[in-house]
Design a protein around this ligand. Structure first.
Ligand SMILES: Cc1ncc(COP(=O)(O)O)c(C=O)c1O
Length: 390
């Protein structure tokens, strides 16, 4: 019997609705062009342009030299969980204790565990949109349903009212990402209060994603779990990837009270049984970095943001300066009304690599995501190429 005719050689049905990232396809195209000798101006990435800070790398070397390489408690080494809880109280203003923190392999594992903890088959999750693509797949993996809520519409028409319009009796949770990938949209305190009031009144769980908490250029970063009555109904996922340029380390953490913490711990235990022990000792050094470290990275990203946004606007690719994260998300309908075609045009004519907005859901159509996490020289050269070739 051929494998295709057999009923054995198939994936579990649970994985049917789970997709793979489109961004990988773009990356492959860029690599092909580069292999052919072309210079490609890369704006498609999602990584900090910086290097992991020295003190973190030195702490890793020390951890290895001191043989801190054995199993740690699955939830994380107490020293790191203690440092994270202090950070949460001081910087995020959330009433977290050490036992409310679990160390995770990046933001992704925290989010995976959070959705698994909360969402039953058939449950609906309200997701502000355009949204970071894996979220729909994480919800699909729970056999839940993603319900999109356009962020700009919610801002214009009221966060509470817009969420209410999309809610049903199956609504179980709200995914609250601020600042947002791909648009840089950042909720104000008043908007976060509105979302919180909605969650409290409807008795919903909030899965907060604060991957870009340290990259806010306008206003303040507000952790929804810090608002009244919200800590107990919020699971917040953090990552060291963006703040400390540690994408490859796979280091993050999730914060929640019970019963959520039990769910998070079960997911962690039966997936990776914790996070690499030496990496945890290294991560401890991140929480000892001085305040001016954060001011420094914000200054560097803001300079790049301003350079890219003013260049895009001059080219007629209208774009508000994003309030947070490191992406610009201009309207490119002037190039082509379909963002996949627009991305192809930019890549082929100007060797400028971007991500089509539709990858981030239907509300991203007509836009391209440009990362400004690169050198000012690359930004300038990419803009020059667009000016000459578009
Ligand atoms: C909005 C958002 N959340 C979470 C993550 C997860 O990051 P990581 O798994 O690298 O920690 C990312 C990474 O791009 C992101 O953009």
């Amino acid at each position: 019997m051929s494998t295709s005719a057999s009923s054995v050689f198939r994936l579990s049905r649970r994985l049917d609705g789970v997709g793979f990232s489109d961004i990988v396809k773009i990356r492959n195209k860029v690599m092909e062009l580069r292999a052919g000798g072309a210079r490609v101006f890369q704006f498609e990435g999602g990584e900090p342009f910086l290097e992991t800070p020295g003190p973190i790398k030195e702490a890793m070397a020390r951890a290895l030299a001191e043989n801190r390489t054995r199993y740690a408690p699955s939830s994380g080494i107490p020293e790191l969980r203690h440092a994270i809880a202090s950070k949460l109280r001081e910087r995020n203003r959330t009433p977290a204790r050490e036992e409310d923190v679990v160390v995770m392999n990046g933001g992704m594992q925290g989010l995976f565990a959070a959705f698994q903890t909360v969402v039953d088959p058939g449950d609906e999750v309200l997701v502000f949109s355009p949204f970071w693509t894996p979220i729909r797949d994480l919800i699909a993996h729970c056999e839940g349903r993603t319900v999109l809520v356009r962020s700009t519409e919610a801002r214009r028409e009221g966060i509470y009212e817009t969420l209410a319009r999309h809610a049903t009796e199956r609504t179980r949770a709200v995914y609250f990402n601020t600042p947002q990938n791909p648009s840089g949209f950042t909720f104000t305190r008043e908007e976060a209060e509105e979302a919180a009031r909605f969650a409290r009144e409807r008795d919903l769980v909030v899965i907060a994603d604060e991957a870009y908490e340290d990259l806010v250029y306008e206003g303040e970063h507000v952790s929804i779990a810090s608002l009244e009555g919200m800590f107990e109904r919020t699971i917040t996922c953090y990552t060291l990837s963006k703040s400390y340029a540690m994408t490859g380390w796979r280091m993050g953490y999730a914060v929640a009270a019970e019963p959520w913490m039990t769910g998070l711990k079960k997911c962690l235990l039966y997936t990776t049984n914790g996070v690499s022990t030496p990496s945890q000792w290294a991560a401890l050094a991140a929480f000892a970095l001085p305040d001016d470290f954060y001011e420094g990275i914000r200054r560097a990203y803001r300079e790049r943001r301003d350079l890219l946004v003013s260049g895009l606007c001059e080219l007629g690719l209208a774009c508000d300066p994003p309030a947070g994260a490191f992406y610009a998300f201009p309207d490119v309908t002037r190039v082509h009304k379909e963002s996949r075609a627009a991305a192809d045009i930019l890549l082929e004519r100007a060797q400028v690599a971007t991500v089509p907005g539709v990858v981030f859901g239907e509300h991203g159509e007509g836009h391209l995501r440009f990362s400004f996490s690169t050198s000012p020289e690359t930004i300038q050269a990419g803009l020059d190429s667009l000016r000459r070739n578009l």
